[in-house]
Structures are given as C-alpha cells and as structure tokens.
Ligand binder design. Structure first.
Ligand code: SF4
Ligand code: SF4
Length: 425
C-alpha cells in the first residue's frame, strides 16, 4: 500500500503537447523567446469544430519545440517552456464577485468575493477558457464538455481508481468544501438532475464524515462501494442510475463521469480563476526504488519524477504502463510528459506472462458489463471477419478490462477487443 505523498511543482522546464488522441490539429500562438504567464493560451487544438485552449502551466520563456511520445504512445509536437519559478499568472475570470467580460483572449478582470449566483453559461465559459476538458478517471470516464444533454454528474472519490493505493486523507478532509463546490458547479454547468459521489466503503470515517458534511444541502448523494471486491463497481453504479445498458460514450447516456480532483480543479477555476497547473498522479511498481503519490506540475517529464524517486531498481527489462493495470497504455519510454489526463503510472519488472489457449469457459462473456461477447469478438478478430465484429456490437465495449481480469488463461482479451474495434472503427 502506498502511503508516501510528494510534491514536484518546480520543474526547470515543462513540455506542453500540442495535440492529443482526439485533437490532431493545433494553432500555435507563441514563438521562441516569448515570455509566458501561467494560464496564458499558448495554442488551441481542434477536434472537428470543438476548439480547446492549451495553457501554460508555468511562467517563463518559450525555448523551443520538440517531438516527443505522448501518454498514448503517439509522437506529437510539444512546446518547451523554461520555468522562471515566479509562478506569475494571467488575470483570469473568476466568480467570487461578479461576472466580468474578457478584455481580450488572454486577460480578464479578476474579482474578489464569492457569488452564489452563477449561470450555466458562465460556468461553461470559464471551464472552456481554462481548457478544463480532459481530467480523467482512468478507464471509464467522460470529457468535461457540455454539448450533450447531461442528466447525471458522477464523481469518483476513489483516487486513483486502484484499491491498493491509499488516499491522501488530509487532503480530502481539508478540501472537502472545495470538492463539494466543484461538484455543484459541474451540476450548474450541465443543468443535471442528479449528482453522485462514489466513495470507498473502507475510507477512514473522518474522510467520509467531512465529505458528508460538505455535501449537505447541495443535493449531492454519496454512494459507498466495496472497491476491493470487484472491478467495474463504477460501471454498476452508473448503470443503476441510468437504468439501462451503458453506451461506449457515457455522455450519450446523459452521464458526465469524472474524478474528485477534477471537481477541485473546477472549483479552483471558477472561484479563483486558477487554471489546471497540477495533477495528482500515483507512481507505483517494483521497478522503482520508491513508490509515491505526487502532486506534480502538469508538463513535467515522467523521467524527472523517476529521478526524484531515486531511480530504478537494477532490472534489465521493465513494463511501463500509463493508467490502471487493466486498461492502461504501455509505453516503451519514460521520456513522456504528465498531462491533465494522467492519474497513474506503473513501472514493473517485465515478466513473461504464460498465456494459455482459450478454453471457451465464457467467464469473459459473463463478466462483461456492456453485455457484449468479448470471447466471440476475439475469435472474429483472429479470423479477421469484419462483419461478425460489427454484428457483435464491438463498439459498445467501454474498455473496462474486466474480460482480461476474469480470464483464467491470462489472455489479454481487452487488447483483442481493442484491435477488433480499430479494424472496423
Ligand atoms: S469487452 Fe471487455 S473491456 Fe470491453 S466492456 Fe466488455 S469486459 Fe469491458
Ligand atoms: S475467459 Fe479467457 S479462456 Fe474463458 S472464454 Fe474468455 S478468453 Fe477464453
């Protein structure tokens, strides 16, 4: 169980990726030598017509551009910003007092006292300006966008979606009010009917009490689950809420699902005008000398965190996994950057997994919460039968990884389903 918490908030340089898995085109607004403030828009990326600003997470100077592997394993262009360590921030819109109209793209009036009277449009506007869109719970999650009808806000308070990493309880207790406010603000931004927070049944009583007190009178419900018992509990809670089988994209079911840290970022953005500069990331694995949960500056190289953790054990071959064990992405380098969407990284000694043949036990089919047949999809993928892959509703797979978890033959069933999705996608 990890119980060590660290901060890494003063990297000498940050590297900001210009594109990602969804947005493949970007307009860059800065050039080498430009002085930059925290929260300044350095580029805008496009996913079809949706434009998302890319903000600097430090103040300093643009010193160049470089190709690097991103957290999804794709090589993309990154802006390099040298940190002047002054943490100077652009003045950003916030709702402590009154709504202020932006003077230009980067600078808006700052204000000082809280307002309870915030409209849906105002919440959306701040989040859009601050590029708060992709703060994920690993595996099942949705982007924070409001272009669909959202009926339910669901918040996962079980960071980082793994039962063997302990929460920073003090952080949860001291930020309970801010978490609750962030959830309410998401509710206002989406006009949702219900707001639910999923907590671990075995969280310390003080944490549950603080969260419970903070949500009183806010129309937010706490649902406690036993995370050690079975994976897929978040899927089950959400399925119960919507009362039907879930789609591949939960936004299609009217659900916005994200993490408690995302709620805190929403609170900071709207109440303080603070952009997302930091991220909580769990760094685990037997290949590392020390394991820890970090509060890290977004844009920091993962390899710097490894150095901070006293490096690797003397091991020849390692596996590096960004995200959870079941659903994460394997990378063959540690030279990648922590972004808003990274919540866990595991580096373990490489162990040959002896996969057996499929014994057609059906366990993967039985456990699949999407109600599809991963064994049959794997079979169709092995035989390259596109029409069968489509007929089996492969697109409904939410990549929860339960099929891999259940397989007695240790087959990475999810990987076969992913391949099948890509084949017909
Ligand atoms: S096919 Fe596997 S990964 Fe996809 S939803 Fe079903 S159990 Fe989860
Ligand atoms: S759980 Fe594994 S062995 Fe059983 S049917 Fe699925 S793939 Fe085959």
């Amino acid at each position: 169980m990890i119980t060590e918490y660290r901060e890494y908030l003063k990297p000498k340089k940050v590297y900001i990726p210009l594109t990602d898995i969804d947005s493949k085109i970007a307009n860059v607004h800065v050039e080498e030598g430009d002085k930059i403030l925290i929260g300044q828009i350095v580029a805008e990326k496009f996913n079809g017509k949706i434009k998302t600003p890319i903000l600097s997470t430090v103040s300093g100077t643009v010193v160049g551009f470089i190709d690097k592997v991103d957290r999804y394993g794709k090589t993309v262009d990154h802006i390099i910003i040298e940190n002047d360590l002054l943490d100077e921030t652009v003045e950003l819109l916030s709702f402590k007092d009154k709504f202020a109209v932006p003077q230009d793209r980067n600078f808006v009036h700052n204000v000082t006292t809280y307002s309870d009277n915030i409209s849906t449009a105002q919440v959306r506007r701040v989040l859009k300006r601050l590029g708060i869109q992709k703060i994920t719970v690993d595996g099942l999650h949705t982007d924070i966008i409001f272009n669909a009808t959202i009926k339910h806000i669901v918040i996962n308070a079980i960071f980082p979606n793994e039962p063997f990493i302990s929460q920073d309880c003090e952080e949860l207790i001291s930020n309970a009010e801010a978490f609750a406010d962030g959830i309410s603000l998401l509710g206002i931004g989406s006009d949702a009917e219900s707001m639910t927070v999923i907590v671990d049944k075995y969280m310390p009583a003080e944490v549950l009490e603080s969260l419970g007190k903070a949500i009183v009178d806010k129309n937010i419900e706490l649902v406690s689950v036993n995370v050690k018992k079975i994976k897929g509990w978040d899927y089950k809670v959400i399925q119960k809420l919507v009362n039907h089988k879930l789609s591949n994209n939960l936004l299609d079911d009217g659900v916005l699902y994200t993490s408690i840290h995302a709620a805190l970022m929403v609170h900071n953005a709207i109440r303080q005008g603070i952009p997302v500069t930091n991220r909580h990331v769990a760094i685990t694995g037997d290949a590392l000398k020390v394991n820890a949960v970090y509060n890290v500056r977004v844009g920091t190289l993962f390899s710097e965190l490894v150095e901070d953790l006293e490096g690797y054990q003397e091991i020849d071959k390692m596996n590096l996994n960004v995200g959870s064990f079941l659903t994460g992405i394997q990378l063959n380098t540690d030279d990648f950057v922590i972004t808003q969407s990274v919540d866990a990284v595991n580096v373990s000694e490489y162990r040959e997994i002896e996969e057996d043949v499929c014994i057609k036990c059906g366990d993967c089919n039985d456990i699949c919460p999407a109600g599809i047949l991963p064994q049959n999809i794997m079979d169709a993928e092995l035989r390259s039968v596109n029409s069968r892959i489509v007929d089996l509703d492969t697109h409904l797979c939410v990549e929860c990884g339960l099929c891999t978890y259940a397989c007695p033959s240790k087959i990475n069933v999810l990987e076969w389903v992913r391949r099948a999705k890509r084949r017909v996608g």
